[in-house]
Design a protein around this ligand. Structure first.
Ligand code: PMP
Length: 415
């Protein structure tokens, strides 16, 4: 039997409403394969019970599927123990969990937090809040005019004052794959806490937390073909044991009396309340999909991004950002003389879904001195034919805007 194409796994594209749509906003969220959708439907149709609580068989079965999903995530990111995997709402909640819990610990007076100039707000604002509470300072790995990290300068910022190093593995705004390994290596010399934001990495790169040797790693399910509202916080066992609790209530306790409570060990210590059961089951299937098709996904995406880059390089006035040699399937660019928002609007009129703006990385856009960029973010199911259609639409949009510019400057000269 011939294997299905990757695209055929995604019912979104065969729905009449979407057949003409070019979906190029995968860094915002990916479409879902049918196995993820049917797993969620089956949960509500057949297996719906609360987990971890009841003694009856159906609850035991669903709890077992839920915990098998945790083991799958553990294996997927090569964690040492399943108890190092905590289910959260997403990358944002995972980072907040760490930052809020760390506020309850002793952090060194005058300590410093290292982030990069390309961080998503989700890996910046929680650290700013922590810095405010604890009197810490934020250092920023600088970038060059393309938005690539200046690694040596960044490394020189790590010192015995650095208590936290929190870095995005892949820039959501530019697509660049960042050299996080050398930063973790240096941070470890000072016993700094290392946090990796893998939100944009998880669907494109193989993750191995043991070889990365980070203390924490976070991602969201919905950017990796999984459901929304589910994410992962990986933490090294010793770091999780030392981290104070975040949310409190049912499920996370060991013993409660009217005055005090004791708490379970990780992961349950950090999973108060009823979890997002169908999210966890769906995430399991999404990661399984990636694992099963990893070679094909990688092949498709690297061919697509090479083609997209070449296509864009041929368009007059295009200025591409990011690391051309080390990137996921995302291109971020501006067109000299054209407003990116106007281009986005004209592309939308042609049924092309792209993202325009600061991409939740305002400080990055300010540093690059642009109001925003146009971002094409591809996934395994996109095609070369779609890129060709996009290129044509982009040429037409640029021509139209240049005409308008010409007309307004002509009428300006006449008046
Ligand atoms: N980090 C990065 C690099 C991201 O791209 C995103 C989402 N755009 C996040 C964190 C936050 O993810 P979520 O909104 O799913 O919590």
């Amino acid at each position: 039997m011939k294997d299905r194409s990757l695209r055929a796994h995604f019912p979104f594209f065969s729905h009449p409403q979407n057949q003409q749509l070019l979906y190029f906003d995968n860094a915002a969220t990916t479409q879902k394969p049918d196995i993820v959708i049917s797993t969620i439907t089956d949960y509500y149709s057949i297996h719906n019970v609360n987990v971890h609580r009841a003694s009856y068989q159906l609850a035991a079965n669903t709890t077992s599927k839920f915990e098998q999903s945790r083991v799958f995530v553990q294996e997927f990111i090569h964690a040492r123990y399943a108890s190092e995997i905590i289910f959260t709402k997403g990358a944002t909640e995972s980072i907040n969990l760490i930052a809020i819990a760390l506020a309850e610990t002793n952090l060194p007076e005058g300590g410093r937090i290292l982030v990069s100039a390309t961080e998503h707000h989700a890996n910046l604002v929680p650290w700013q809040q922590l810095a405010k509470k604890k009197g810490l300072h934020i250092d920023v790995i600088p970038i060059d005019s393309n938005g690539c990290w200046q690694v040596e300068q960044g490394l020189s910022l790590i010192s015995d004052k650095t208590c936290i190093v929190a870095l995005g593995m892949v820039s959501n705004a530019l697509g660049s794959v960042n050299k996080v390994g050398v930063f973790i290596e240096k941070a470890k010399q000072f016993n700094s806490i290392t946090v990796l934001d893998a939100a944009q990495a998880v669907s494109h790169l193989e993750l191995n937390v043991q070889s990365l040797d980070c203390d924490f790693l976070v991602f969201s399910g919905h950017k990796a073909y999984g459901p929304t509202g589910i994410g992962v916080l990986y933490g090294k066992q010793a770091r999780l044991n030392a981290l104070p609790v975040f949310l409190t209530g049912g499920e996370m306790i060991e013993k409660v009396d009217y005055q005090t409570s004791s708490f379970q060990p990780p992961p349950f210590k950090f999973e108060a309340g009823t979890p997002h059961v169908e999210g966890v089951l769906g995430l399991h299937q999404a990661l399984q999909f990636i694992q099963t098709h990893r070679v094909e996904i990688k092949k498709n995406e690297s061919a697509l991004v090479d083609y997209l880059r070449q296509t864009l390089e041929q368009v007059d006035g295009v200025r591409l950002f990011g690391d051309a040699d080390n990137s996921i399937a995302t291109c971020s660019f501006i067109v000299e003389g054209c407003d990116s928002q106007d281009l986005g609007t004209l592309l939308n009129e042609q049924g092309i879904a792209v993202r325009v703006g600061h991409h939740c990385a305002m400080p990055l856009m300010n540093t690059l001195n642009v109001p925003g960029t146009l971002r094409i973010s591809l996934a395994c199911y996109n095609t070369v034919q779609e890129i060709d259609k996009f290129a044509l639409a982009l040429h037409q949009a640029i021509a139209k805007l240049n005409n308008v510019n010409l007309m307004t400057s002509d009428s300006g000269t006449q008046s």
